[in-house]
Ligand binder design. Structure first.
Ligand code: HMG
Ligand code: MG
Length: 286
C-alpha cells in the first residue's frame, strides 16, 4: 500500500469559521498564501454559505480573488446550495464540497433541512458542477455521534456516503464533527464502509475533542485511507456543533505520519510559520 498521504488543509475554513471574532480578509489571504508554500496539494480556502449563518466566512469571494495562487495547489470551498455554488464558481475555486450529515438533528441545525432535502438541494448544484467539470468533494458529518441526536448508526453513514458518491463526489470525507469517536468505533465504521466502497473514495476528518484523532487516523491508515483533513494550529469546529474542539493539528499529524514511515510532501518549517501566524491571528482577536 502507498506510503504517501495527502493532508487536506482545512484551517482557513474549518479553523476560522469557529472563531468568535472575524479574522480580516487580508489576514486570511496572507495565511493562505503562506500555506500555499508548504507543499499542500489541497487547501480549503473559503465557504460560500449564508453570512447570516456563519458571518466569519462572509468574505469568501474576496479571499479567493485575493490569494496568490500556486498552480500545484487546488483551492476548495464549501457550497451548501446553488447560490453558494454560483458564487464559488465566479470566485474561481478549483473544487467544491457539499456537506451533508448522517444525523437529522445536525442536518437541521447546520443547514436547516432534513438529510433527504439536503441531498435534493445538492443535486441541483452537482448537476451544474458536473457540466462545468468542477470536481466535487462530499462531507458526511456526525459519523459516530451527533450533538443533538446522540449515537449514529454506521448503516446510516453508509447510506449518506453512497448518496454523495452517487451525486458525483470523487471522495467523501468522514466527519467526526464532535471529535468524540474512539478508534474502535472508527474501525467498525470503516469495516462496514469498505464492504461497498474503495478506501480511495474515503477521507478522514477527525476533530480532536477527546484526543483520539491521531489514533483514528492510524486506524484509517490501516484500512487503506490516504487522505486526511487537518488544520494548522489545531483550530476549528462547527458553530452548530456545541462542545466540539478543533480539527486534528496538521503539525501533529505530519509528525505522526513521518514517525510511522509515511510521507506528506510538506515542509515542516513553513508549517511552523503558518502555525505561528494562525495562533497570532486568533490571539490578536481575543
Ligand atoms: P436558510 O436560512 O434555510 O436559507 O439557510 P434560505 O435559502 O432561506 O436563505 C436565507 C438567506 O440566506 C437569504 O438571504 C439567502 O439569499 C441567503 P435574505 O433573503 O434573507 O437576505 N443565502 C445565502 N447567502 C450567501 N450564500 C449562500 C446562501 N444561501 C442562502 N450560499 C443555508 C440554509 C444552507 C444557506 C444555511 O443553513 C447555511 O448557510 N448553513 C451553513 C452552515 C455552515 O457553514 N456550517 C459550518 C460548515 S459545516 C462543518 O463545519 C462540518 C464539516 O467541517 C465536517 C465535520 O466536521 O463534520 C464540513
Ligand atoms: Mg469539521
Amino acid at each position: 500500500m502507498s506510503k504517501e498521504v495527502t493532508l487536506f488543509e482545512v484551517g482557513p475554513r474549518d479553523g476560522l469559521q469557529n472563531e468568535k471574532a472575524f479574522v480580516e480578509t487580508k489576514d486570511k489571504i496572507n495565511f493562505i498564501n503562506l500555506l500555499s508554500q508548504a507543499g499542500f496539494k489541497k487547501i480549503e480556502a473559503a465557504s460560500f454559505v449564508s453570512p447570516k449563518w456563519v458571518p466569519q466566512m462572509a468574505d469568501g469571494f474576496e479571499v479567493m480573488q485575493g490569494i496568490k495562487r500556486n498552480p500545484d495547489v487546488k483551492y476548495a470551498a464549501l457550497t451548501p446550495n446553488l447560490k453558494g455554488y454560483e458564487r464559488a464558481y465566479e470566485a474561481g475555486v478549483d473544487e467544491i464540497a457539499i456537506f451533508g450529515s448522517a444525523s437529522e438533528g445536525f442536518s437541521q441545525h447546520n443547514i436547516n433541512c432534513s438529510i433527504e432535502e439536503s441531498l435534493e438541494r445538492f443535486e441541483e448544484l452537482t448537476n451544474i458542477a458536473i457540466r462545468q467539470d468542477m470536481p466535487i468533494r462530499g462531507y458526511v458529518s456526525c459519523i459516530v455521534e451527533c450533538p443533538y441526536d446522540g449515537a449514529v448508526e454506521p448503516e446510516v453513514v453508509a447510506r449518506v456516503v453512497d448518496a454523495l458518491l452517487g451525486l458525483g463526489c470523487y471522495e467523501v470525507s468522514l466527519g467526526d464533527t464532535v471529535g468524540k469517536a474512539e478508534p474502535e468505533q472508527i474501525n467498525t465504521l470503516l469495516e462496514l464502509l469498505l464492504q461497498n466502497f474503495d478506501a480511495s473514495q474515503l477521507a478522514g476528518h477527525y476533530h480532536d475533542t477527546n484526543g483520539w484523532a491521531l489514533d483514528n487516523i492510524k486506524v484509517s491508515l490501516h484500512h487503506g485511507l490516504r487522505t486526511f483533513d487537518s488544520a494548522v494550529g489545531g483550530l476549528g469546529g462547527c458553530p452548530y456543533a456545541p462542545g466540539a474542539k478543533g480539527n486534528v493539528d496538521t503539525l501533529a499529524v505530519h509528525a505522526m505520519l513521518e514517525e510511522e514511515g509515511f510521507s506528506t510532501g510538506l515542509d515542516e518549517e513553513t508549517l511552523m510559520h503558518a502555525n505561528d501566524m494562525m495562533k497570532s491571528l486568533v490571539k490578536d482577536k481575543q
